[in-house]
Write a protein of this length. Structure first.
Length: 282
């Protein structure tokens, strides 16, 4: 790639919340932060990389929320201690826990160019690929049949998926989101997703939801033990990768974005709005 293809990293700021693992926190909180960051970036501020984790959450796609038994399945998950949300970015059901690193690239949309979703997904693929290159690990992209939240930009190691990518577009900003299974069991997480669909999809047409096979998923520590040992280490490597992409000749520390720049009331209000869009699972 030419240096011009890395221009989207110019002025990148880092909001690293991977150390926050407040049990009982609403999963809508982190998605609300992404939404507000998108508005800020769209107003002319520099791009942001938001890094975060959640101890126990289950996030489903809008299509999942329309399945006949979605409400009952969501109630069962909540009773088991999961914070459940229908996300407004693309994709399907995804479980989140402390071993999953979530990466959001919040970038401005250039109104002079046509929409090119593939090029936007490539930015996340490039970043994660650079991270794993530090450990001598090669990754592939392309849908992994049987995985949860399947898509063209499934990322895999030796045929097993460890990462999925989705995107949310505002008028003047895009939010490219990735969940990365760093630690723990990929198969166990897939079993949880399969159980959700087994309940939620009763009476639905077969093409209304993905058929999940647990043996298609693996975390990085399972599949690539030479790689990052924790979600925190992976997140630190994301920052290093962005620093190198932004300034390949002489990488320099990127500016940190303090969460305090976002108003707490604004985050709470946006969290409520995200839930109000899908009252069935409220």
């Amino acid at each position: 790639m030419s240096e011009n293809e890395y221009a989207w990293t110019n002025g990148m700021r880092i909001l690293d919340r991977t150390g926050e693992l407040a049990h009982g926190q609403d999963i809508a909180y982190s998605f609300a932060i992404d939404e507000l960051l998108g508005r800020e970036v769209g107003s002319g501020r520099g791009p942001v990389c938001h890094l975060w984790r959640h101890p126990r959450a289950f996030v489903i796609g809008a299509r999942d929320g329309r399945l006949p038994g979605a409400s009952d399945a969501a109630r069962r998950l909540r009773s088991a201690g999961y914070s459940v949300l229908v996300r407004h970015s693309g994709g399907a059901a995804v479980p989140l826990d402390a071993g999953v690193a979530n990466v959001s690239l919040v970038l401005p949309i250039d109104g002079s160019r046509t929409q090119n979703y593939a090029a936007d997904f490539e930015k996340m693929f490039l970043t994660i690929g650079r991270v794993l290159s530090f450990y001598g690990i090669s990754i592939a992209k392309g849908e992994i049949a049987g995985s949860y939240c399947p898509g063209d930009y499934d990322l895999s190691v030796d045929g097993l998926k460890f990462c999925g990518i989705a995107q949310r577009r505002q008028l003047k900003a895009m939010i490219i989101q990735a969940f990365v299974l760093v630690e723990g069991s990929g198969a166990e997480r897939a079993e949880l997703v399969k159980a959700f669909y087994d309940e939620a999809a009763v009476g639905a047409k077969p093409d209304a939801y993905p058929e999940v096979r647990p043996d298609t998923m693996a975390s990085l520590t399972e599949r690539a033990p030479s790689g990052p040992a924790s979600a925190e280490e992976f997140s630190a490597a994301i920052v290093r990768a962005l620093e190198e992409l932004a300034q390949p000749a002489a990488p320099a520390p990127l500016q940190r974005f303090p969460l305090q720049q976002l108003d707490a009331e604004a985050i709470a209000g946006m969290s409520r709005k995200l839930r109000e869009r899908y009252p069935l699972l409220g």
